[in-house]
Design a protein. Structure first.
Lengths: 125, 130
């Protein structure tokens, strides 16, 4: 216990582990920008509907928000899968989790991108 | 790594809270998981609530008014605290994984927890004061 090794756990590919670490670090940067724009710069801590539509007219903001939802959902589900893997479930259970999380993640990211583009579209007169 | 191979699935999960495991490293391990699960729940709630944006200004701004209630602010303060703990600890784990500061991982964990606590308190005071 004195020297804990941090890295891919058994059943987690090095690639997934790296994706989780990288998305985590990228999210910290995006989260700081997200907090400044959405909370510190907002008059009473939260943006109104009109503020958000206006904010989303910037293509850089759109790219950042789409990246944010993709990174956050991926990181969360890879991490949750890792927690489940540590409980040493059977191979069949892992297969179900793999499919379920892939489907859930893809749906959440597609929904997020749809929502972001829909809101951005409201500002186009 | 930690040996968790015996017993039922729930029994193995309960090991996280076994007092005999409560070394400093184990505290970091448990905090990282509890905050991970909490932040994942928050993420999906957040994505769900933001669907109000699609319903237009009235629906979303109505929710914003509700979000200024103390219950919501308390929940958000918990999310902020979980974010600080998980984010700062994540930086520590990522650095340690690449061999940076691995010798000082325990001291760094203490530093992470102290900084996370301080930042969370500053945010909580600011959020409840607003």
């Amino acid at each position: 216990m004195n020297n804990t090794f941090y890295g891919p756990r058994s059943g987690e590919s090095a690639w997934l582990w790296f994706a989780k670490a990288l998305s985590g670090l990228v999210m910290i940067v995006i989260l700081i920008i997200h907090f400044i724009a959405n909370h510190f710069a907002a008059p009473n801590g939260l943006l109104s509907y009109a503020d958000i539509v206006r904010y989303y007219q910037n293509p850089l903001v759109l790219a950042m928000e789409i990246g944010f939802v993709a990174f956050a959902v991926s990181h969360a589900l890879i991490g949750l899968r890792g927690i489940i893997l540590d409980l040493k479930p059977g191979a069949a259970f892992i297969r179900v989790i793999n499919w379920l999380f892939t489907l859930l993640g893809a749906s959440a990211i597609i929904y997020g991108i749809w929502l972001i583009l829909t809101i951005a579209g409201r500002g186009a007169a | 790594m930690i040996e968790i191979t015996k017993g039922s699935l729930l029994g193995r999960a309960a090991k996280w809270f076994d007092p005999r495991w409560r070394t400093l490293n184990m505290l970091g391990f448990i905090l990282n998981r509890v905050t991970a699960i909490g932040l994942t729940l928050y993420l999906f709630l957040h994505l769900g609530v933001l669907s109000l944006l699609a319903q237009g200004a009235k629906a979303y701004d109505g929710f914003i008014a509700l979000a200024h209630s103390p219950v919501f602010i308390f929940g958000e303060a918990l999310v902020v605290a979980a974010g600080f703990i998980h984010g700062l600890n994540g930086i520590r784990i990522a650095l340690n994984s690449f061999g940076i500061g691995a010798r000082y991982q325990k001291a760094l964990l203490v530093l992470v927890l102290v900084v996370a606590l301080a930042c969370s308190l500053v945010f909580a005071v600011r959020m409840f004061g607003a």
